[in-house]
Design a protein around this ligand. Structure first.
Ligand SMILES: [Fe+2]
Ligand SMILES: [Fe+2]
Length: 486
């Protein structure tokens, strides 16, 4: 063996090693490739997103998610033009974008479209597409996300928003949303514009410092204090009456309900205004009518009293003094003002029935005979009959018929007992007897207030209501009540 032979052997060995190394290397590369391909396959097959490749208008590849979402088999999907699956209304848009993308022209990468699944249901998807090379030719690779749920939510929101929008726009109540101090309108509905006499645009472009012109000067301080307090998270009264000043300067009464909200991420105050001007007017009219009626009633009562006074001045004075004392007793007993007013009217007229009693009996300077006293006694029922046709807001005729009844049933004309006698009549009885005893009568001099108070004390519970007697005694003993000289 010469040197040449040795060299050749060495060369062959190196080539074999090299070849083996190359084979091993290629195998490693192949294995790595297979490994990598396997990983991508797992990713693609398990993706929650649909993944598809479109070429020549047909699907070249679709992952299981596309198959599942569409309801078609892979063969069915690949055997027809892709556009046939697209909702007819979206076909032109999808086709245009596909063509442009293939040509490399600018077109949105992410957009939404609808396709029709095998059950003929509309399916919303969001697609993210890019241009790729597939088997050496241009194609598109698209990732599809199911956005049905989002679309349904959007639809519900749109419907709900449109419902509220029409409620707000058609509401007869003014609705505004204001922000900042001083307030600036960020929203006003048509009714609010109507109440204030401005257009909605004018209201919403009104500078903040001008909003104070919309509130009556007398309501300004309270209105803005409450607005600011509410905006800052305080809790002022949510509802109150405020006067608005219209563009033409006229004033409208409104009832306002407001609450704090978030609007465009900022604190705001939402307020609902109801125009109550007509209601206010009706209220004023009603009060005026009531006052007119009360005035006419009092004038009528006074006319009656004056008629009696012309014939019998003593009784006229007596009625006035009894009325004052009876009202003071009722007040002392804590009776409500309406009941005191009732007692005032009943007291003023309580002896009106004496108009039927002959003047010579009323002014007789000596003691009355039994027969004369019987005639006098008719005045309670007589007075009641005169007044029973008048629709007083209180039972005046009944009270007058009972003003000589006594707690033990010994009074007249009906011999009523205890609480069968109206409280107003029980009060009048005590005021009547105290006034009568303490005053001069044609047939006797005054007995004096002490004798009168002794009498009611002695006959408390027997003839007179004890609560009324106590109130009367309090007035004279503790409050220094004295009869006016009329
Ligand atoms: Fe009387
Ligand atoms: Fe009397």
């Amino acid at each position: 063996m010469n040197d040449n032979d040795n060299d050749n052997d060495n060369e062959k060995e190196r080539s074999r090693d090299q070849l083996l190394n190359e084979i091993a290397e290629r195998k490693r590369v192949e294995e790595a490739l297979q490994d990598s391909e396997e990983k991508y396959r797992i990713l693609v097959e398990n993706s929650r997103q649909g993944i598809m490749v479109l070429q020549d208008g047909r699907l070249q590849f679709a992952n299981p998610r596309v198959v599942q979402h569409s309801g078609y088999s892979l063969t069915e999907l690949m055997s027809r033009p892709f556009l046939e699956l697209v909702h007819p209304e979206d076909r032109v848009m999808v086709a245009e974008r596909y063509e442009k993308r293939l040509k490399g022209e600018a077109t949105p990468e992410v957009y939404e479209f609808r396709f029709i699944d095998k059950q003929n249901q509309v399916q919303w998807v969001e697609v993210n597409s890019v241009r790729i090379t597939w088997n050496g030719r241009p194609a598109t690779l698209s990732f599809l996300s199911d956005i049905n749920e989002r679309k349904r939510t959007e639809q519900t929101l749109r419907e709900s928003e449109s419902k509220y929008r029409s409620l707000v726009n058609q509401s007869l109540h003014g609705i505004v949303i204001s922000q900042g101090v001083p307030p600036r309108f960020v929203f006003a509905n048509p009714a609010m514009a109507e109440i204030l006499g401005y257009s909605r645009e004018e209201l919403m472009s009104l500078p903040a410092e001008k909003t104070r012109d919309l509130v009556h000067p007398d309501d300004l301080v309270v209105f803005f204090q409450r607005y600011q307090e509410r905006l800052e998270g305080g809790n002022p009264p949510p509802s109150y009456v405020v006067r608005a000043v219209r563009k033409d300067g006229t004033v409208r009464w409104t009832e306002m309900v407001s609450n704090r909200i978030e609007y465009n991420g900022e604190p705001a105050v939402q307020a609902v205004f109801q125009d109550i001007t007509e209601r206010k007017k009706a209220e004023v009219d009603r009060i005026q009518n009531y006052e007119n009626l009360t005035r006419v009633m009092n004038q009528t009562i006074n006319a009656l009293v004056r008629t009696l006074g012309k014939r019998d001045p003593y009784t006229s004075t007596h009625q006035q003094r009894v009325t004052r004392l009876a009202c003071a007793i009722a007040k002392e007993m804590g009776q409500p003002s309406d009941q005191i007013e009732c007692i005032r009217v009943a007291g003023t007229l309580h002896d009106i029935g004496k108009i039927y009693v002959p003047a010579e009996i009323l002014s007789k300077p000596t003691s009355l005979t039994k027969a004369e006293f019987e005639i006098i006694k008719t005045h309670a029922q007589g007075g009641s009959e005169i007044l029973q046709e008048i629709d007083f807001p209180w039972p005046i005729a009944k009270i007058i018929s009972q003003h000589h009844e006594k707690m033990d049933g010994s009074g007249y004309p009906s011999g009523l007992k205890g609480e069968d006698i109206l409280l107003e009549a029980r009060i009048l009885t005590v005021a009547d007897v105290v006034e009568a005893m303490s005053s001069h009568r044609p047939y006797r001099p005054a007995l004096g207030i002490e004798a009168a108070l002794d009498d009611i004390t002695k006959n408390k519970r027997i003839l007179y209501d004890p609560a009324v007697v106590d109130a009367c005694l309090n007035l004279f003993r503790d409050r220094g009540y004295i009869f006016d000289q009329i």
